[in-house]
Design a protein around this ligand. Structure first.
Ligand SMILES: Cc1ncc(COP(=O)(O)O)c(C=O)c1O
Length: 286
């Protein structure tokens, strides 16, 4: 299964835990999986592609679906960071065979504990997923397979149900914050996010690049600005994937990881906090 080299390990972990082989593909300038790199990595053993709508930016789904159709591959969209994101006006998660969502508390739509969902319009897949999530239960007594406990508990579902009605407003607030960053940060000093004009970006993360990323991060943290790195080490460079490292050294993803920095973004951010951060970023001396 082909997965992008820049994602959270959960993406590739899902492949390995099912005893399938992980194959990494490189990313493009918007940080999502590069269809050209996917094409170059397809072999007779390839069964599926997992595009990750990373940071809330949808992947190039036209190109991915075209590759899937020509090579007979499945597509499972990782929408963990992209609730409500759209490509050509269509919601992510509805292009491939299935879409997976995370409701981890930090996500754009987060529960008060862990949770997640799979969406698909394939009825037999729905049945199988429900069975898997409920210890393989089949009917009132029998179990068709060994599943797991992956049920969304009622309390989390109730919380998500309420939060869902706020999601669009929160996304708009994230979009406003992203456009403030875009218009106030100097693109000569900071590599700003590249956004395709075919997408509705939901800005789970606002990621910039800077050659002195660590210095910038400590400078901001010292000023009380919380920032993070997504992700500090590209997947093929993780110890868990040591055998992949040599085949991915030329990947953009494997070179860019040292310069990535996620600036604060969220529906909670007020004008004063934004002004404070922008001023700090303007005065940073590399
Ligand atoms: C891109 C991506 N995929 C998958 C996951 C896994 O989600 P969960 O932790 O809810 O299983 C995450 C969560 O952090 C993620 O960011």
């Amino acid at each position: 299964m082909i997965v992008p080299a820049n994602s959270f390990i959960a993406t590739s972990e899902a492949v390995g835990r099912n005893r399938l082989k992980v194959v990494f593909a490189d990313i493009q300038s918007d940080y999502t999986i590069d269809p050209q790199s996917v094409k170059a990595r397809i072999s007779s053993k390839t069964s599926a592609i997992i595009p990750v709508h990373l940071y809330g930016h949808p992947c190039d789904m036209d190109a991915i679906m075209e590759l899937a159709a020509s090579y007979g591959l499945r597509v499972v969209e990782d929408c963990a960071q992209a609730h409500g994101a759209m490509y050509d006006g269509q919601k992510v998660g509805t292009f491939g065979d299935a879409g997976t969502f995370s409701f981890y508390p930090g996500k754009n739509l987060g529960a008060f504990g862990d949770g997640g969902a799979i969406i698909t319009n394939n009825a037999s897949l729905v049945e199988r997923c429900r069975m898997m999530a409920n210890h393989g239960r089949f009917g009132p007594r029998d179990h068709l397979l060994e599943g797991r406990n992956s049920r969304l508990d009622g309390l989390q579902a109730a919380i998500l149900n309420v939060k869902l009605s706020y999601l669009d407003g929160w996304i708009e607030q994230r979009q406003r914050i992203a456009s403030i960053y875009n218009s106030h940060l100097d693109p000569k000093r900071y590599a700003l996010p590249v956004v395709s004009d075919r997408v509705r970006h939901v800005w789970h993360l606002y990621v910039i690049r800077h050659p002195q990323r660590d210095k910038l991060m400590h400078y901001l943290r010292d000023k009380g600005v919380a920032c993070g790195i997504h992700y500090p080490i590209a997947l093929p460079k993780l110890a868990a994937y040591a055998e992949h490292r040599s085949s991915c050294t030329r990947f953009v993803a494997c070179q860019q990881d040292v310069s990535l920095l996620s600036l604060p973004i969220g529906e909670h951010l007020e004008g004063d906090a934004m002004a404070y951060m922008l001023e700090a970023l303007q005065h940073f001396e590399a």
